[in-house]
Design a protein around this ligand. Structure first.
Ligand code: CDP
Length: 227
């Protein structure tokens, strides 16, 4: 099936496997993959390292906004970079995950990330995952998926992934972190996590990646009348 130069937006709850799904789609359909969460995680790491967020997540918004004027977050070979430093591994740690949702709730941070994502997606043929891609960043995306799964299954998957990556985590902390992030993400004022009216729900609690690929190919064929 030849897929034209469209935008595929994959939004949904934490640890539902959005990025694994988006990466597989990118590989199989020759699309560019953009990880919007990685941008928020990189801004969070930057805020942590510059003392702009306290242990209890109080943010020095004015200083952060000022510092972001010269902040260069981008994607390159190896993943996410701040300037010429690869932060791909560092931003996946739980200390960053613990602070990312409060940072992502700051409207100026969202404006910064939205502008970067729109620039990167302007040439289309991209698959982007996040929380507000289909509602705010690319409301004109041709394909919109809203992913969900049972919380315990999500926590198990994320804990396994972190342990496999050599991180020392326990299931309970991971579950707590994803529930807290879901709460903040769905309750914030600016671009909360909400299903776009024209998004299609995918509950992958009991699906394999191959099942998901069959599912999305059918969705694309149907929406774009490709068969
Ligand atoms: O991988 P996981 O689903 O756990 O999270 P992520 O995609 O790396 O995103 C990390 C956090 O960034 C989320 O919990 C949100 O608070 C925030 N985020 C957002 O607000 N909007 C996006 N488009 C993407 C991420």
């Amino acid at each position: 099936m030849h897929i034209p130069d469209i935008i595929i937006a994959i939004d949904g709850y934490s640890s539902t496997g959005k990025s694994s799904f988006a990466k597989r789609i990118a590989r199989e359909f020759s699309f560019n993959y953009l990880d919007s969460g990685a941008m928020y995680r990189a801004v969070t790491l930057f805020a942590m390292e510059n003392g702009l967020i306290s242990d209890d997540c109080k943010i020095d918004v004015d200083s952060l906004v000022k510092a972001m004027e010269t902040l260069d977050v981008h994607f390159a070979e190896g993943g996410t970079f701040i300037g010429d430093r690869c932060v791909e591994q560092r931003i996946r740690c739980l200390d960053v995950a613990d602070k990312v949702s409060p940072i992502a709730a700051v409207p100026q941070v969202r404006a910064y990330v939205d502008a970067r994502l729109r620039e990167l997606g302007a040439r289309r043929r991209v698959v982007m995952d996040g929380r507000d891609i289909g509602t705010t960043v690319f409301p004109d995306a041709e394909i919109k998926v809203f992913m969900t799964a049972d919380p315990l299954i999500r926590a198990r998957r994320r804990a396994d992934e972190m342990v496999a990556g050599g991180k020392n985590v326990d299931l309970e902390s991971v579950l707590k972190n994803l529930q807290e992030r879901d709460y903040i993400d769905t309750h914030r004022e600016t671009s909360p996590l909400v299903k776009a009216d024209d998004a299609v729900v995918l509950d992958n609690s009991h699906m394999t990646m191959d099942d998901q690929m069959v599912w999305i190919e059918e969705l694309i064929a149907e929406k774009l009348c490709l068969r």
